[in-house]
Design a protein around this ligand. Structure first.
Ligand SMILES: Cc1ncc(COP(=O)(O)O)c(C=O)c1O
Length: 502
Protein backbone atom coordinates (compact mmCIF):
# COMPACT_ATOMS: atom_id res chain seq x y z
CA UNK A 1 0.00 0.00 0.00
CA UNK A 2 1.44 3.38 -0.96
CA UNK A 3 0.52 4.78 2.42
CA UNK A 4 2.76 2.38 4.32
CA UNK A 5 5.61 2.95 1.89
CA UNK A 6 5.38 6.71 2.14
CA UNK A 7 5.43 6.54 5.93
CA UNK A 8 8.51 4.32 5.85
CA UNK A 9 10.21 6.67 3.38
CA UNK A 10 9.46 9.69 5.52
CA UNK A 11 10.75 7.95 8.60
CA UNK A 12 13.99 6.92 6.89
CA UNK A 13 14.53 10.45 5.55
CA UNK A 14 13.89 12.04 8.88
CA UNK A 15 16.24 9.71 10.70
CA UNK A 16 19.21 10.57 8.46
CA UNK A 17 21.94 11.87 10.72
CA UNK A 18 23.00 15.49 10.40
CA UNK A 19 19.93 16.55 8.48
CA UNK A 20 19.24 19.63 10.52
CA UNK A 21 21.80 22.43 10.42
CA UNK A 22 24.14 22.33 13.40
CA UNK A 23 22.91 24.87 15.87
CA UNK A 24 25.03 27.98 16.40
CA UNK A 25 25.95 28.75 19.98
CA UNK A 26 22.83 30.47 21.23
CA UNK A 27 23.21 34.21 21.37
CA UNK A 28 21.32 35.50 24.35
CA UNK A 29 19.05 38.41 23.54
CA UNK A 30 20.92 41.58 24.49
CA UNK A 31 18.02 42.77 26.56
CA UNK A 32 14.33 42.15 26.81
CA UNK A 33 13.21 44.93 24.51
CA UNK A 34 9.56 45.79 25.15
CA UNK A 35 8.38 48.09 22.37
CA UNK A 36 4.80 46.82 22.68
CA UNK A 37 4.71 47.35 26.42
CA UNK A 38 6.25 50.78 25.96
CA UNK A 39 3.57 51.71 23.42
CA UNK A 40 0.87 50.37 25.71
CA UNK A 41 2.14 52.42 28.64
CA UNK A 42 2.25 55.51 26.43
CA UNK A 43 -1.33 54.80 25.34
CA UNK A 44 -0.18 54.41 21.75
CA UNK A 45 -1.16 51.71 19.29
CA UNK A 46 1.57 49.35 18.21
CA UNK A 47 2.32 49.70 14.49
CA UNK A 48 2.02 46.64 12.24
CA UNK A 49 5.81 46.68 11.86
CA UNK A 50 6.30 46.62 15.61
CA UNK A 51 3.91 43.68 15.96
CA UNK A 52 5.63 41.82 13.13
CA UNK A 53 9.06 42.26 14.68
CA UNK A 54 7.90 41.33 18.18
CA UNK A 55 6.16 38.23 16.78
CA UNK A 56 9.39 37.10 15.12
CA UNK A 57 11.43 37.92 18.23
CA UNK A 58 9.28 36.24 20.85
CA UNK A 59 6.85 33.65 19.50
CA UNK A 60 7.46 29.94 18.93
CA UNK A 61 4.61 28.81 16.69
CA UNK A 62 3.17 25.31 16.97
CA UNK A 63 3.81 22.73 14.25
CA UNK A 64 5.53 25.44 12.16
CA UNK A 65 8.72 25.78 10.14
CA UNK A 66 10.16 29.12 11.19
CA UNK A 67 12.63 29.44 8.30
CA UNK A 68 10.23 31.46 6.06
CA UNK A 69 10.05 34.15 8.74
CA UNK A 70 13.78 34.89 8.35
CA UNK A 71 12.92 36.76 5.19
CA UNK A 72 9.14 36.95 4.97
CA UNK A 73 6.36 38.06 7.26
CA UNK A 74 4.65 35.96 9.88
CA UNK A 75 0.94 35.95 9.00
CA UNK A 76 -0.85 37.91 11.71
CA UNK A 77 -4.61 37.56 11.88
CA UNK A 78 -6.51 40.56 13.13
CA UNK A 79 -10.24 39.89 12.90
CA UNK A 80 -12.87 37.40 11.76
CA UNK A 81 -16.53 37.34 10.84
CA UNK A 82 -18.74 34.47 9.64
CA UNK A 83 -16.62 32.17 7.47
CA UNK A 84 -13.95 34.83 6.81
CA UNK A 85 -10.93 36.23 8.58
CA UNK A 86 -8.59 39.12 7.78
CA UNK A 87 -4.84 39.48 8.13
CA UNK A 88 -2.74 42.42 9.23
CA UNK A 89 -2.64 43.78 5.68
CA UNK A 90 -6.41 43.81 5.44
CA UNK A 91 -6.52 40.78 3.16
CA UNK A 92 -9.66 38.64 3.46
CA UNK A 93 -9.63 34.82 3.56
CA UNK A 94 -12.26 32.10 3.34
CA UNK A 95 -11.82 30.01 6.49
CA UNK A 96 -12.11 26.66 4.75
CA UNK A 97 -11.08 24.66 7.80
CA UNK A 98 -12.90 26.47 10.62
CA UNK A 99 -9.47 27.70 11.74
CA UNK A 100 -8.48 24.31 13.20
CA UNK A 101 -11.64 22.22 12.60
CA UNK A 102 -13.07 24.24 15.47
CA UNK A 103 -15.10 27.36 14.70
CA UNK A 104 -18.19 25.37 13.80
CA UNK A 105 -20.71 28.20 14.38
CA UNK A 106 -18.55 30.68 12.45
CA UNK A 107 -16.62 33.71 13.64
CA UNK A 108 -17.76 36.97 15.19
CA UNK A 109 -20.68 35.78 17.34
CA UNK A 110 -21.08 38.70 19.74
CA UNK A 111 -23.45 36.73 21.95
CA UNK A 112 -20.71 34.25 22.81
CA UNK A 113 -18.55 37.16 23.99
CA UNK A 114 -21.50 38.43 26.01
CA UNK A 115 -22.06 34.99 27.56
CA UNK A 116 -18.38 34.91 28.57
CA UNK A 117 -18.52 38.40 30.08
CA UNK A 118 -21.70 37.61 31.99
CA UNK A 119 -20.17 34.46 33.44
CA UNK A 120 -16.93 36.20 34.40
CA UNK A 121 -18.89 38.77 36.35
CA UNK A 122 -20.96 36.11 38.12
CA UNK A 123 -18.25 33.52 38.85
CA UNK A 124 -14.92 34.06 37.13
CA UNK A 125 -13.38 30.73 38.03
CA UNK A 126 -13.62 27.83 40.35
CA UNK A 127 -12.07 24.41 39.80
CA UNK A 128 -14.27 21.35 39.44
CA UNK A 129 -12.10 19.61 42.01
CA UNK A 130 -14.47 18.56 44.79
CA UNK A 131 -16.83 21.41 43.86
CA UNK A 132 -19.25 22.01 41.04
CA UNK A 133 -20.70 25.10 39.41
CA UNK A 134 -23.83 25.70 37.41
CA UNK A 135 -22.27 26.10 33.94
CA UNK A 136 -20.44 22.74 34.21
CA UNK A 137 -23.51 21.01 35.64
CA UNK A 138 -25.78 22.34 32.91
CA UNK A 139 -23.31 21.65 30.14
CA UNK A 140 -22.73 18.05 31.26
CA UNK A 141 -26.49 17.40 31.07
CA UNK A 142 -26.74 19.16 27.70
CA UNK A 143 -23.84 17.34 26.06
CA UNK A 144 -25.07 13.97 27.31
CA UNK A 145 -28.49 14.71 25.79
CA UNK A 146 -26.83 14.54 22.34
CA UNK A 147 -24.69 11.50 23.13
CA UNK A 148 -25.24 7.78 22.50
CA UNK A 149 -27.33 6.16 25.23
CA UNK A 150 -24.32 4.20 26.42
CA UNK A 151 -22.80 7.38 27.86
CA UNK A 152 -24.01 9.12 30.97
CA UNK A 153 -21.23 10.93 32.75
CA UNK A 154 -18.82 13.75 31.82
CA UNK A 155 -15.21 14.39 32.80
CA UNK A 156 -14.20 17.84 31.54
CA UNK A 157 -10.75 18.70 30.16
CA UNK A 158 -9.42 21.69 28.24
CA UNK A 159 -8.97 19.94 24.89
CA UNK A 160 -9.05 16.74 22.86
CA UNK A 161 -5.56 15.45 23.67
CA UNK A 162 -6.21 15.72 27.40
CA UNK A 163 -9.50 13.88 26.97
CA UNK A 164 -7.72 11.02 25.17
CA UNK A 165 -5.09 10.97 27.89
CA UNK A 166 -7.88 10.84 30.45
CA UNK A 167 -9.65 8.00 28.66
CA UNK A 168 -6.55 5.83 28.66
CA UNK A 169 -5.73 6.50 32.32
CA UNK A 170 -9.34 5.86 33.30
CA UNK A 171 -9.36 2.58 31.36
CA UNK A 172 -6.22 1.42 33.18
CA UNK A 173 -7.53 2.34 36.61
CA UNK A 174 -10.96 0.91 35.93
CA UNK A 175 -9.55 -2.51 35.10
CA UNK A 176 -7.18 -2.41 38.07
CA UNK A 177 -10.10 -1.70 40.36
CA UNK A 178 -12.38 -4.33 38.87
CA UNK A 179 -10.16 -7.38 39.05
CA UNK A 180 -8.43 -7.25 35.65
CA UNK A 181 -5.21 -5.46 36.60
CA UNK A 182 -3.21 -6.62 33.59
CA UNK A 183 -5.46 -4.87 31.09
CA UNK A 184 -3.59 -1.72 30.11
CA UNK A 185 -2.62 -1.84 26.42
CA UNK A 186 -4.39 0.20 23.76
CA UNK A 187 -4.93 -0.20 20.05
CA UNK A 188 -5.21 2.75 17.68
CA UNK A 189 -5.31 3.14 13.92
CA UNK A 190 -2.50 3.84 11.46
CA UNK A 191 -1.86 7.55 10.75
CA UNK A 192 -4.49 8.66 13.31
CA UNK A 193 -3.72 11.76 15.37
CA UNK A 194 -4.84 11.83 18.99
CA UNK A 195 -2.82 14.70 20.51
CA UNK A 196 0.69 15.65 21.57
CA UNK A 197 1.19 14.98 25.28
CA UNK A 198 3.27 11.86 25.94
CA UNK A 199 0.21 9.66 26.41
CA UNK A 200 -1.86 11.08 23.56
CA UNK A 201 1.17 11.08 21.26
CA UNK A 202 1.70 7.42 22.11
CA UNK A 203 -1.82 6.78 20.86
CA UNK A 204 -1.04 8.71 17.68
CA UNK A 205 -0.24 6.55 14.66
CA UNK A 206 2.09 8.90 12.77
CA UNK A 207 5.68 7.64 13.24
CA UNK A 208 7.33 10.79 11.87
CA UNK A 209 5.54 12.89 14.49
CA UNK A 210 6.75 10.68 17.33
CA UNK A 211 10.37 9.80 16.73
CA UNK A 212 11.88 12.94 18.32
CA UNK A 213 10.01 12.24 21.55
CA UNK A 214 10.70 8.57 21.97
CA UNK A 215 10.69 6.65 24.17
CA UNK A 216 7.00 7.28 24.57
CA UNK A 217 4.45 5.53 26.76
CA UNK A 218 4.72 1.81 25.98
CA UNK A 219 1.87 -0.55 25.18
CA UNK A 220 0.17 1.04 22.18
CA UNK A 221 -0.39 -0.99 19.01
CA UNK A 222 -1.46 0.03 15.54
CA UNK A 223 -4.18 -1.54 13.41
CA UNK A 224 -5.12 -0.57 9.83
CA UNK A 225 -7.33 2.44 9.21
CA UNK A 226 -10.18 2.40 6.70
CA UNK A 227 -8.46 4.01 3.71
CA UNK A 228 -10.75 2.49 1.08
CA UNK A 229 -9.19 4.42 -1.82
CA UNK A 230 -5.86 2.69 -1.27
CA UNK A 231 -7.42 -0.71 -0.61
CA UNK A 232 -9.77 -1.04 -3.54
CA UNK A 233 -7.54 -3.33 -5.61
CA UNK A 234 -7.58 -6.02 -2.96
CA UNK A 235 -11.32 -6.07 -2.13
CA UNK A 236 -14.50 -6.24 -4.14
CA UNK A 237 -16.61 -4.01 -1.95
CA UNK A 238 -15.99 -1.45 0.72
CA UNK A 239 -17.92 -3.67 3.14
CA UNK A 240 -15.47 -6.53 2.52
CA UNK A 241 -12.54 -4.23 3.12
CA UNK A 242 -14.12 -2.78 6.26
CA UNK A 243 -14.71 -6.27 7.64
CA UNK A 244 -11.09 -7.13 6.93
CA UNK A 245 -9.93 -3.95 8.70
CA UNK A 246 -12.20 -4.60 11.71
CA UNK A 247 -10.95 -8.15 12.00
CA UNK A 248 -7.40 -6.85 12.31
CA UNK A 249 -8.50 -5.39 15.64
CA UNK A 250 -9.46 -8.84 16.85
CA UNK A 251 -6.23 -10.24 15.50
CA UNK A 252 -4.18 -7.63 17.38
CA UNK A 253 -6.10 -8.25 20.61
CA UNK A 254 -5.30 -11.95 20.28
CA UNK A 255 -1.65 -11.28 19.39
CA UNK A 256 -1.26 -9.15 22.50
CA UNK A 257 -3.44 -11.32 24.77
CA UNK A 258 -6.95 -10.09 25.57
CA UNK A 259 -6.06 -10.08 29.28
CA UNK A 260 -3.67 -7.20 28.61
CA UNK A 261 -5.73 -5.04 26.22
CA UNK A 262 -7.77 -2.23 27.75
CA UNK A 263 -9.09 -0.08 24.91
CA UNK A 264 -9.39 0.64 21.22
CA UNK A 265 -9.33 4.31 20.15
CA UNK A 266 -10.65 5.43 16.76
CA UNK A 267 -12.18 8.42 15.00
CA UNK A 268 -15.49 7.66 13.23
CA UNK A 269 -14.15 9.74 10.31
CA UNK A 270 -10.37 9.76 10.61
CA UNK A 271 -8.85 13.15 9.96
CA UNK A 272 -5.19 12.30 9.51
CA UNK A 273 -4.56 10.73 6.14
CA UNK A 274 -7.58 12.58 4.77
CA UNK A 275 -11.12 11.95 6.01
CA UNK A 276 -11.25 8.13 6.02
CA UNK A 277 -14.85 7.02 6.40
CA UNK A 278 -16.15 3.50 7.01
CA UNK A 279 -19.50 1.76 6.53
CA UNK A 280 -21.67 1.17 9.59
CA UNK A 281 -20.79 -2.52 9.39
CA UNK A 282 -17.20 -1.68 10.36
CA UNK A 283 -18.27 -0.08 13.62
CA UNK A 284 -20.76 -2.87 14.36
CA UNK A 285 -18.01 -5.46 13.97
CA UNK A 286 -15.62 -3.41 16.11
CA UNK A 287 -18.24 -3.25 18.85
CA UNK A 288 -18.72 -7.04 18.72
CA UNK A 289 -14.98 -7.61 19.00
CA UNK A 290 -14.62 -5.20 21.92
CA UNK A 291 -17.54 -6.85 23.73
CA UNK A 292 -16.07 -10.30 23.17
CA UNK A 293 -12.71 -9.44 24.76
CA UNK A 294 -13.88 -6.78 27.24
CA UNK A 295 -11.96 -4.04 25.47
CA UNK A 296 -13.28 -0.50 25.90
CA UNK A 297 -14.31 1.30 22.71
CA UNK A 298 -13.24 4.96 22.67
CA UNK A 299 -14.58 7.25 19.93
CA UNK A 300 -12.32 10.26 19.46
CA UNK A 301 -14.74 12.89 18.16
CA UNK A 302 -12.46 15.86 18.73
CA UNK A 303 -13.12 16.92 15.14
CA UNK A 304 -16.14 14.76 14.23
CA UNK A 305 -18.32 16.00 17.09
CA UNK A 306 -20.69 18.96 17.17
CA UNK A 307 -22.25 18.72 13.74
CA UNK A 308 -19.18 18.20 11.57
CA UNK A 309 -20.50 14.92 10.15
CA UNK A 310 -24.19 15.91 9.99
CA UNK A 311 -25.34 14.72 13.42
CA UNK A 312 -24.39 16.22 16.76
CA UNK A 313 -22.00 13.32 17.33
CA UNK A 314 -20.66 11.14 14.52
CA UNK A 315 -21.41 8.12 16.72
CA UNK A 316 -25.10 8.78 16.03
CA UNK A 317 -24.47 8.95 12.28
CA UNK A 318 -22.76 5.55 12.30
CA UNK A 319 -24.86 3.89 15.06
CA UNK A 320 -21.84 3.52 17.34
CA UNK A 321 -22.31 2.84 21.06
CA UNK A 322 -18.86 3.62 22.48
CA UNK A 323 -17.80 3.16 26.10
CA UNK A 324 -16.15 6.56 26.02
CA UNK A 325 -16.37 9.53 23.68
CA UNK A 326 -13.81 12.32 23.40
CA UNK A 327 -14.93 15.76 22.25
CA UNK A 328 -13.53 19.30 22.20
CA UNK A 329 -13.14 22.03 19.54
CA UNK A 330 -16.72 22.61 18.28
CA UNK A 331 -18.17 22.32 21.79
CA UNK A 332 -17.47 26.06 22.18
CA UNK A 333 -16.88 26.71 18.47
CA UNK A 334 -13.38 27.53 19.79
CA UNK A 335 -14.47 30.76 21.47
CA UNK A 336 -13.01 29.31 24.69
CA UNK A 337 -10.88 26.22 25.35
CA UNK A 338 -12.78 23.12 26.46
CA UNK A 339 -12.79 19.38 26.00
CA UNK A 340 -14.72 16.52 27.53
CA UNK A 341 -14.64 12.79 28.02
CA UNK A 342 -18.09 11.21 28.05
CA UNK A 343 -18.21 7.80 29.67
CA UNK A 344 -20.55 4.99 30.50
CA UNK A 345 -21.81 4.62 34.06
CA UNK A 346 -20.02 1.28 34.25
CA UNK A 347 -16.67 3.13 34.25
CA UNK A 348 -17.81 5.48 37.00
CA UNK A 349 -19.19 2.68 39.18
CA UNK A 350 -15.95 1.84 41.05
CA UNK A 351 -15.56 5.49 42.05
CA UNK A 352 -19.00 5.78 43.62
CA UNK A 353 -18.15 4.15 46.94
CA UNK A 354 -15.26 3.71 49.27
CA UNK A 355 -12.11 5.77 49.20
CA UNK A 356 -11.33 5.50 45.51
CA UNK A 357 -10.57 8.59 43.52
CA UNK A 358 -9.51 9.11 39.95
CA UNK A 359 -6.26 10.97 40.70
CA UNK A 360 -6.40 13.02 37.56
CA UNK A 361 -7.53 16.53 36.56
CA UNK A 362 -6.63 19.89 35.05
CA UNK A 363 -6.74 23.37 36.57
CA UNK A 364 -8.79 24.86 33.75
CA UNK A 365 -10.95 21.86 32.90
CA UNK A 366 -14.64 22.70 32.88
CA UNK A 367 -13.79 26.39 33.35
CA UNK A 368 -17.06 28.21 34.07
CA UNK A 369 -16.46 30.74 31.30
CA UNK A 370 -15.80 28.00 28.75
CA UNK A 371 -18.89 26.09 29.88
CA UNK A 372 -21.07 29.21 29.65
CA UNK A 373 -19.74 29.87 26.16
CA UNK A 374 -20.41 26.23 25.19
CA UNK A 375 -24.02 26.47 26.37
CA UNK A 376 -24.61 29.65 24.35
CA UNK A 377 -22.86 28.07 21.37
CA UNK A 378 -25.18 25.06 21.56
CA UNK A 379 -28.16 27.43 21.73
CA UNK A 380 -26.96 28.87 18.42
CA UNK A 381 -26.67 25.33 17.02
CA UNK A 382 -30.31 24.69 17.98
CA UNK A 383 -31.76 28.04 16.92
CA UNK A 384 -30.06 28.02 13.53
CA UNK A 385 -30.29 24.26 13.04
CA UNK A 386 -26.64 24.13 12.08
CA UNK A 387 -26.53 20.35 12.20
CA UNK A 388 -29.58 20.17 9.90
CA UNK A 389 -27.81 22.59 7.57
CA UNK A 390 -24.89 20.20 7.29
CA UNK A 391 -27.16 17.19 6.78
CA UNK A 392 -29.19 18.90 4.06
CA UNK A 393 -26.25 20.42 2.21
CA UNK A 394 -23.57 17.76 2.55
CA UNK A 395 -24.59 15.91 -0.65
CA UNK A 396 -24.38 19.17 -2.62
CA UNK A 397 -20.99 19.94 -1.06
CA UNK A 398 -19.70 16.51 -2.08
CA UNK A 399 -21.10 16.89 -5.59
CA UNK A 400 -19.48 20.29 -6.04
CA UNK A 401 -16.10 19.02 -4.89
CA UNK A 402 -16.44 15.94 -7.11
CA UNK A 403 -16.42 18.26 -10.12
CA UNK A 404 -12.67 18.49 -9.43
CA UNK A 405 -12.38 14.84 -10.47
CA UNK A 406 -11.89 16.06 -14.05
CA UNK A 407 -8.43 17.36 -13.08
CA UNK A 408 -5.53 14.95 -13.65
CA UNK A 409 -4.12 15.53 -10.16
CA UNK A 410 -7.31 14.62 -8.28
CA UNK A 411 -7.37 10.94 -7.31
CA UNK A 412 -10.17 10.85 -4.79
CA UNK A 413 -12.77 13.06 -3.12
CA UNK A 414 -13.96 11.60 0.18
CA UNK A 415 -15.47 12.47 3.51
CA UNK A 416 -18.81 13.10 5.16
CA UNK A 417 -20.88 16.05 6.36
CA UNK A 418 -18.79 19.22 6.09
CA UNK A 419 -15.52 17.33 6.28
CA UNK A 420 -13.87 16.42 2.99
CA UNK A 421 -10.44 15.51 1.63
CA UNK A 422 -9.17 15.62 -1.92
CA UNK A 423 -6.32 13.18 -2.46
CA UNK A 424 -3.73 14.30 -5.00
CA UNK A 425 -2.01 11.75 -7.21
CA UNK A 426 0.67 11.62 -9.88
CA UNK A 427 -1.29 9.16 -11.96
CA UNK A 428 -5.04 8.91 -11.73
CA UNK A 429 -5.23 5.45 -13.32
CA UNK A 430 -2.57 3.74 -11.26
CA UNK A 431 -3.12 5.94 -8.15
CA UNK A 432 0.64 6.51 -8.08
CA UNK A 433 1.36 9.03 -5.36
CA UNK A 434 4.04 11.72 -5.20
CA UNK A 435 7.46 10.90 -3.74
CA UNK A 436 8.68 12.88 -0.74
CA UNK A 437 10.55 15.51 -2.72
CA UNK A 438 7.56 16.02 -5.04
CA UNK A 439 5.17 16.11 -2.14
CA UNK A 440 7.29 18.78 -0.49
CA UNK A 441 7.23 20.83 -3.69
CA UNK A 442 3.54 20.24 -4.29
CA UNK A 443 2.20 20.91 -0.82
CA UNK A 444 4.61 23.13 1.04
CA UNK A 445 6.30 25.04 -1.75
CA UNK A 446 3.32 25.50 -4.04
CA UNK A 447 -0.19 24.56 -3.00
CA UNK A 448 -0.45 25.89 0.53
CA UNK A 449 0.95 29.27 -0.64
CA UNK A 450 -1.11 29.42 -3.80
CA UNK A 451 -4.37 28.61 -2.02
CA UNK A 452 -3.60 31.10 0.73
CA UNK A 453 -2.68 33.78 -1.81
CA UNK A 454 -5.98 33.06 -3.55
CA UNK A 455 -7.74 33.76 -0.26
CA UNK A 456 -8.50 30.20 0.87
CA UNK A 457 -7.30 28.83 4.19
CA UNK A 458 -7.48 25.04 4.19
CA UNK A 459 -5.13 22.18 4.98
CA UNK A 460 -2.63 20.66 2.55
CA UNK A 461 -1.07 17.69 4.27
CA UNK A 462 0.89 14.51 3.69
CA UNK A 463 0.80 12.68 6.98
CA UNK A 464 -0.44 9.83 4.80
CA UNK A 465 -0.64 10.54 1.09
CA UNK A 466 -0.99 14.17 -0.11
CA UNK A 467 -4.44 15.64 0.52
CA UNK A 468 -6.19 18.97 0.64
CA UNK A 469 -8.80 19.09 3.40
CA UNK A 470 -11.88 21.20 3.95
CA UNK A 471 -13.90 21.57 7.15
CA UNK A 472 -15.69 24.91 6.83
CA UNK A 473 -18.01 26.49 9.40
CA UNK A 474 -21.37 24.72 9.50
CA UNK A 475 -23.15 27.91 8.45
CA UNK A 476 -22.21 27.90 4.76
CA UNK A 477 -24.22 26.61 1.78
CA UNK A 478 -24.14 25.98 -1.99
CA UNK A 479 -22.95 29.47 -2.97
CA UNK A 480 -19.85 29.02 -0.83
CA UNK A 481 -19.31 25.46 -2.10
CA UNK A 482 -18.99 26.92 -5.62
CA UNK A 483 -16.57 29.54 -4.39
CA UNK A 484 -14.41 26.87 -2.75
CA UNK A 485 -14.48 24.69 -5.85
CA UNK A 486 -13.41 27.56 -8.07
CA UNK A 487 -10.45 28.55 -5.91
CA UNK A 488 -9.37 24.92 -5.61
CA UNK A 489 -9.77 24.35 -9.34
CA UNK A 490 -7.42 27.21 -10.21
CA UNK A 491 -4.69 26.09 -7.81
CA UNK A 492 -5.00 22.38 -8.63
CA UNK A 493 -4.92 23.16 -12.36
CA UNK A 494 -1.66 25.06 -11.85
CA UNK A 495 -0.31 22.17 -9.75
CA UNK A 496 -1.19 19.70 -12.55
CA UNK A 497 0.75 21.90 -14.98
CA UNK A 498 3.80 22.17 -12.71
CA UNK A 499 3.99 18.37 -12.56
CA UNK A 500 3.09 18.08 -16.26
CA UNK A 501 0.15 15.81 -15.54
CA UNK A 502 -2.28 15.12 -18.37
C1 LIG B 1 -8.85 13.48 16.46
C2 LIG B 1 -8.10 14.39 17.37
N1 LIG B 1 -7.84 14.00 18.62
C3 LIG B 1 -7.17 14.79 19.48
C4 LIG B 1 -6.73 16.04 19.09
C5 LIG B 1 -5.99 16.89 20.07
O1 LIG B 1 -6.81 17.91 20.51
P1 LIG B 1 -6.20 19.16 21.31
O2 LIG B 1 -5.31 19.89 20.35
O3 LIG B 1 -7.42 19.92 21.72
O4 LIG B 1 -5.46 18.59 22.47
C6 LIG B 1 -7.01 16.49 17.81
C7 LIG B 1 -6.57 17.83 17.39
O5 LIG B 1 -6.75 18.25 16.27
C8 LIG B 1 -7.70 15.65 16.91
O6 LIG B 1 -7.95 16.02 15.66
Amino acid sequence: MATKESIARKLAAALKPGKAPASQPAEAKADHATPLLDARKANKEATPEMLQQAAKDNLFLHFTRHSPFQTGDMPIITRAEGHHFWDQNGKKYFDGISSLFSVNAGHGRARLAEAAAKQMKQLDYFPIWAHAHAPAIELAERVLSYAPRSLNRVFFTTGGGEANETAWKLAKQYFKMTGKPTKHKVLTRAIAYHGTSHGALSLTGIPAMKKMYEPLVPSTFRVPNTNWYRAQDDFETEEDFALWAANRVEEMILFEDPDTVAAFFFEPVQNSGGCFTAPKSYFKRIREICDKYDVLLVADETIDGFGRIGTMFASEFYDIEPDMLVCAKGITSAYAPLGALLLSERLFEPFKDGKNIFAHGYTFAGHPVSCAVALENLDIFDEEDLVGNVRRNSPAFRKTLEKLNDLPIVGDVRGEGYFFAIELVRDKKTKETFNDEESERLLRQFLSHDLYDSGLYCRSDDRGDPVVQLAPPLTIGPKEFDELEQILRKSLTKASEIFELM
